[in-house]
Design a protein around this ligand. Structure first.
Ligand SMILES: [Fe+2]
Length: 168
């Protein structure tokens, strides 16, 4: 492989890690607003434990960015936050139902699963094992969280109906 292609490959990897980092910042804000909106103690606990994991995910990506290209990475990560977090997301969850929170939480996990699966593949093609391993570790947590949410569909609907005063 020519040196030029190596540079392009590395730059693509930095790009994917930056996106993952921005995604984790966005998910942090989403989880914080979901925690505020959640009334159910079990749901709150599940979200809080994933928020802790998310902090670790973000840290892992920061570590990889520093190892890859610190100056450029930090600047772009800051820019990406504004793009990654939709306006009004925080307020939206305040009035949302448990069913909608579960749905959006699951979608967020699916996005993260896809992002880390792709990052792992790209990192392996770059011969960057530490980044591939960081992607794998984050991926395992996201898959676990997606399974946890998927186990609550019935509860989420029951809570939604109860909250609205609708008898099933
Ligand atoms: Fe994550």
């Amino acid at each position: 492989m020519k040196l030029r292609d190596d540079d392009k490959l590395r730059s693509k990897l930095v790009d994917y890690v930056q996106d993952a980092h921005a995604m984790e910042i966005s998910v942090t804000m989403m989880l914080e607003s979901m925690i505020k909106a959640a009334d159910d103690p079990k749901t709150k606990e599940m979200l809080e434990s994933h928020l802790q994991q998310t902090t670790e995910h973000k840290r892992r990506m920061e570590e990889r960015l520093k190892a890859l290209d610190s100056h450029r990475s930090v600047r772009k990560a800051g820019e990406a936050v504004a793009v990654a977090v939709p306006k009004g997301l925080i307020d939206r969850f305040r009035s949302d139902q448990p069913g909608k929170i579960a749905r959006d939480g699951y979608v967020a996990e699916a996005l993260e699963i896809a992002a880390y699966s792709l990052l792992e593949q790209l990192a392996m093609r770059c011969g960057d094992e530490p980044t591939a391993e960081a992607a794998r570790r984050n991926l395992a947590d996201e898959e676990e969280m997606a399974k946890k949410i998927a186990a609550t569909w019935g509860d989420a609907i029951d809570m939604t109906l109860e909250q609205e005063g609708i008898a099933a």
